[in-house]
Design a protein around this ligand. Sequence first.
Ligand SMILES: [Zn+2]
Length: 291
Amino acid sequence: MPHTKDQMQRFIFDATDIRGEVVSLEEAYQTVTEQNPAPRAVQHLLGEFLAAASLLSSTLKFDGIITLQARGDGPLSLIMAECDHHKGLRGIANPKPETDFSELENATMQELLGKSVLAITIDPDKGQRYQGVVPLEEETLAACLEHYFKQSEQLDTRFWIAVNEQRVSALMLQALPQQKTNSKEQWETVTTLAETVTPQELLELEHKTLLYRLFHEHEVRLFDSLPVRFSCSCSRARCAHTLATLGPKDVAELIEEQGKVSIDCQFCKQHYSFKMSDMAEIFPDQASTLH
Ligand SMILES: [Zn+2]
């Protein structure tokens, strides 16, 4: 059966206040993992972060970027995934180089990251950045996210995520603030049904088939699917902007030392370099005084 790939789809249960979102990533996931060679346990967790970031982007009410990031003192020092409102996705994982990951094939997120917190950052194109943090005390990313929503948004939200080498798929259910009905009971019913989903079903079934298999007794309205793709927001202009924060004197010194300043994007490995002749590009406001 042809399965859905690199697509995200919203659904609602008619006559309730429950909404859902389902995502399946294949090329986007593989692009990120190819750019981040890492042990399998880390790749899988990165896949989970990517799927979760795309699901969370559906909760954005404005244009911007949502970032999911964890830093820890364990064998995996950093993992992050970002998704913007165009469903452009990128991510990185930095395992500690000296670690023997053969012992960690089936490691939980906690074992990989050690003592850590999960930070969820919402960065609107216009307006204030918002960050929510939860301790990584649960065994899975899904459970941590559920904790986050309970604590910071006061919304009942559940996640199911399944991942293998080729693919990652995830399902989210969310109880919106009650408007239509007393939905406590409906929430129980629907989440109990979703609990029966197997990783194999999540990974292999088309979204429509999956939702029918889980919720066929309920009226589910499935919206058009949205493509999700790998996309990196790095650019020469952004690198120049970052360099500019060092000030003209320090940048000039750096360039003098090695003939240029090189910046490699951590996400897509794009290489940017700036020479002395590019000073005016880095400091456009001071261009006249530099010459
Ligand atoms: Zn990049």
